[in-house]
Design a protein. Sequence first.
Lengths: 429, 229
Amino acid sequence: MKAVDIIKTAIGNSFRSRLRTSLTVIAIFIGAFTLTITNGLGAGINNYIDSQVASIGAPDVMNVTKPVEATDDSTGPKPYEPSDPSEVSSGRPGGSVLALTDDDLDSIRAIDGITAVEPLVAVSPDYVEYGDAGKFQLSVSPLSAGVKIELAAGSAFTDGTDENEIVLPTTYIDTLGFSSNKDAVGKTVTIGITNALREQTTVEATVVGVQEPTLFGASPSLNEPLTTALYDAQNVGIPEDSTNQYGSATAHFDADSTDAQVAQIKRDLVDAGYAGTTVADQIGTFQSVIDGIILVLNAFAVIALLAAGFGIINTLLMSVQERTREIGLMKAMGMSGGRIFALFSTEAVFIGFLGSAIGAGVAMLVGGVISRVLANGLLKDLAGLQILTFTPAAIGTVLLLVMGIAFVAAVLPASRAARQSPIDSLRYE
Amino acid sequence: MTTSVLSTRNLTKQYGTGSARFDALKGVTIDIAEGESVAIVGKSGSGKSTLMHILALLDSPTSGDLSVDGTNAAKLKGTRLNTLRNRTFGFVFQQFFLTPNTSVLDNVMLPLKIAKVGSRDRKRRALEALEQLELADKAKSKATDLSGGQKQRVVIARALVNNPRIIFADEPTGNLDSATGAVVEDLLFRLNEEQGITLVIVTHDEELAARASRRIYLKDGLIVDGLAA
């Protein structure tokens, strides 16, 4: 029998007992549908994070902190030493790190491969104002320093400039009294900030871009000169030594560094008592959590598929039983065992294909609708989030996986069919 | 006499072992010449079906030799065996063995499909075979929707379609009434006479056997001169 005839015959055979085939197809459908949806969810979320955060981008930047030395919880806190640096919150719940001093910055700077170190400073401006439209609260998220953003208008910060530059989120545009995103670009806004002496001073900044709201909320981003200007304005009146304590520092390294070089820098930092995390590390943690969740969901889908695999075994065993005489006849007519095996396993693979194709197809339709509904409803604020994203590769993987499971399921029944001796099959009543 | 297409030497066949052992054939030596029509006659349990199965290479003997066209059948394996089965033999069974829920045409085309004949060619040849048996109008019908006589004619068409040299018929009229049985008999013997196809009929029906050019009587696994009435 020619391969094409085997495929045609197998497809024809699978439709001969429609009810049985459809029930098996439904079982596979459920598994394939779930797997496609969970994969789509993983791809959708990861894509979103990629587009939102991977562009944070600065691949040549590393966040350096000084971790608190691990203490044994059962022995209680360590005795106080006046020379010990104070602990500061790292911004993450439950996490606190030791404050970095200028000495620390120097020793970080000394590490091989690090080109520059700047302390990461927190500024808390009071308001932002444009023209006569009134003053509005301005909160700057600590993450926004160094973040590259998806822009709705204008451009990113100018490299190496001394000018104060700010990127505003789209939500600020109307409120501040601009007529459109484009209108805001190039305008100068006034930022008010209170110093330690309770005096309010102002700093001027030019709007260079307008950004879409991100996963991390809608905070304006400031460039380094502006951050420094605000920091200086904020610290007027604070004793010198207490301003020189920072939660973390940003270390720059050569953008062309290889992964191994970056790893070496991190090791050196650890040896010196610091911890360095690149943006990639931070995204990596985030994504590995999501990947982990998706993996668990996928595992459930695969369990469903395995159950469906037993359905295929059952279906085929019945099919082989039912067609015993037919198999005998084909063998009597000179069909080889291998071809018989191919015939039955093709039938299984076809059933698998049918179930997974329908499952994936329906999942894409349903997922597309859900995605759209959510994007306009529940997830409206997260512009650009397609919660379910279906890539051809993922769909192809689902199809191949299911067809693979179907083939494995077919091995037992198909080899039983292939082994049958023609005469026993023909005598079978 | 012309050369033998099938010849056996001292064939035996046993089923089971020990106390359950049953000797279906106890040493059968026959020669069947090209173009002959041979009836293997015997009661049920005489070993006639076993002999036919061995002759048709569907079963292997416990001991003894079988040669097909002078080739020792024991040495035929794999592809050669399958090709021989496909090209040389045609089968007509009492129980028809038509594939249900598929068309008459598909059933007739099955041997050609196995032989890797192209789809246009096999359709043409299958239709020719059906034409020969006056069943061309039933080509599209489901095999299960036919009457017994029609089914057996489809089976003959299927046996014929690959131009076999030998047709094995196992009780070909067993499931048919005498009128349709006679039609099927006529068909088989006409194929033998007109196309020179060797015919091996297994039957317990003396009347059918009488039409064959030679009769081989089997009793309890051995060839006998005739069956006691």
